[in-house]
Write a new protein. Structure first.
Length: 309
């Protein structure tokens, strides 16, 4: 995967705030673009900026997705230039407002058109925000159909987890940046067994729903690792019958083939009998006595039973 071009894209207020944090953790390995109509999102000097609307405005796309979509479409020339060498785009967006909901799916569409793989992390509004939930339900199908993988993150679950960790949920409860970093590291570095963008393309090419898991834990306790990954603030997930998976396992110097095997078994035990599993393993000096797993799972029936109702 040497030389792969990865772009993190934040769309809307929440998306931009998470994207900046993810970029800080990932460092200069990846590029960042911030897309918003609100100047407040652009307080970061290491990013490409796409301003949707006039500089003097600060009301975003005023909770109007069609406005966000239209403005994003008008920016297609800039997007095409920005994406000319990009292989993978990781979009972060909060649904329920105008920019994330409207411009997010349109940006994803343009990214796919430019030939990139698109992985989206979409925040679903708090249940109590009825109007925003309604808007998000209109936007989500568009975002899903324009993404190769769309991970739904529920703000209710995220906020609950953030409280436990004592972190502000608006900052992603540090979960968002861990997630993006896990994914980026998986794809950027060469492993013992080399995974690359072609593998990712093969996996996300399976029909059906898809999602992403990131877990960390004790190398000898495969099931608690799986629990850690499943404990993410994602919408309800079921992997029963999944048909494809790219699994990257990263551990410290002492990592054994037995540990890798046990973890692979734990993660894939509920999958379809003929599931295609692409496995990669890598030793990293910075992981002492810990193992990190990143899984892109696809071929899920009806989006794997994910529900936001
Ligand atoms: N309760 C609460 N929810 C928030 C807050 N900020 C964002 N959200 C949630 O995150 C979703 C996305 O919000 P933003 O990213 O700010 O929206 P946007 O895409 O910038 O949309 P516009 O500003 O309308 O253009 C909202 O629908 C809310 O569910 C906040 O301060 N409080
Ligand atoms: Mg906004």
């Amino acid at each position: 995967m040497d030389g792969a071009q990865i772009l993190i894209a934040g769309v809307g207020g929440l998306g931009c705030s998470w994207a900046k944090r993810a970029h800080i953790v990932c460092g200069n390995n990846v590029d960042l673009v911030l897309i918003d109509a609100d100047e407040a999102s652009f307080d970061y000097d290491q990013a490409h900026l796409i301003r949707l609307g006039k500089q003097s405005e600060d009301s975003g796309c005023a909770a109007l997705p069609p406005l966000g979509e239209q403005r994003m479409r008008n920016a297609s020339g800039i997007v095409r230039k920005l994406l000319s060498d990009v292989e993978l785009v990781i979009i972060l967006a909060g649904l329920g407002g105008g920019t994330g909901t409207g411009a997010g799916p349109e940006f994803a569409r343009q990214a796919r058109l430019a030939g990139a793989i698109v992985i989206t992390i979409a925040a679903i509004p708090f249940e109590a925000q009825e109007t925003r939930v309604k808007v998000s339900k209109e936007g989500l199908p568009k975002l899903e159909s324009n993404s190769d993988v769309c991970v739904r993150l529920e703000l209710d679950r995220l906020a609950w987890q953030a409280r436990e960790r004592g972190i502000d949920w608006r900052l992603g409860a540090s979960w968002v940046e861990e997630f993006v970093e896990g994914l980026v590291r998986t794809l950027l570095r060469l492993g013992l067994i080399n995974l690359d963008m072609m593998d990712l393309k093969t996996i996300v090419g399976h029909p059906g729903g898809s999602t992403l898991l990131v877990g960390q834990g004790d190398p000898n306790d495969a099931f608690s690792l799986l629990d850690d990954a499943m404990g993410a603030p994602l919408a309800n997930l079921s992997f029963d019958g999944a048909k494809a998976c790219l699994l990257q396992i990263e551990g410290g110097n002492g990592m054994t083939v037995g540990q890798v095997g046990a973890i692979a078994d734990a993660f894939t035990s509920k999958f379809h009998d003929d599931a295609q599993v692409i496995l990669g393993a890598r030793v990293s000096d910075d992981l002492v006595g810990r193992i990190r797993v990143v899984a892109v799972v696809s071929g899920l029936d009806e989006l794997g039973g994910i529900s936001i109702d």
